[in-house]
Design a protein. Structure first.
Length: 154
């Protein structure tokens, strides 16, 4: 069976996008191939024009509308949100709790891709435990398996 290695998003300006993901989000570059930059987290950015050439005739590399999102986890959510706001990043919404209790915010990268940053699942479990919930209650509230909730609290 093929092994999944990476997702790729097409961007208008590789340097600008790299500055966003590396400088603001804190991702570490694994490989820099010029028009394609791969990050250790398992995603890559690729120059939109170059990517369109690789696809060939008949494929339109679009730059409008929401085409999915990149998801990251971070323990210091308020600090990261503030850093992104200070840099002039456009936000879909600020820090808020999702129906499964995880706190997240969503912003847009320089090309309009949605970037979601949520608290780590360990941080979520510990935050809920701090309110008096045990692993079973955390599982019921979040939808996580109880065994995994116990593991997160260990």
């Amino acid at each position: 069976m093929p092994e999944f290695k990476s997702s790729l998003i097409a961007v208008a300006d590789v340097a600008r996008s790299r500055a966003f993901y590396e400088g603001l989000i804190g991702q570490e570059v694994e490989f820099d191939f010029g028009p394609n930059v791969s990050f250790k987290g398992g995603f890559a950015i690729h120059d939109r024009t170059h990517f369109a050439q690789l696809l060939g005739e008949g494929f339109n590399v679009r730059d409008d509308g929401v085409r999915g999102e990149l998801y990251f986890e971070e323990d210091a959510l308020p600090e990261l949100e503030a850093r992104l706001r200070d840099a002039g990043t456009r936000f879909v919404h600020g820090l808020r709790e999702q129906p499964w209790a995880q706190r997240v915010f969503r912003c847009l990268d320089p090309d309009g891709h949605v970037v979601e940053v949520g608290e780590t699942l360990r941080g979520l479990a510990r935050r809920l435990a701090g309110t008096g919930m045990d692993a079973d209650a955390i599982a019921a509230r979040t939808g996580l398996p109880a065994a995994y909730a116990r593991e997160l609290l260990a």
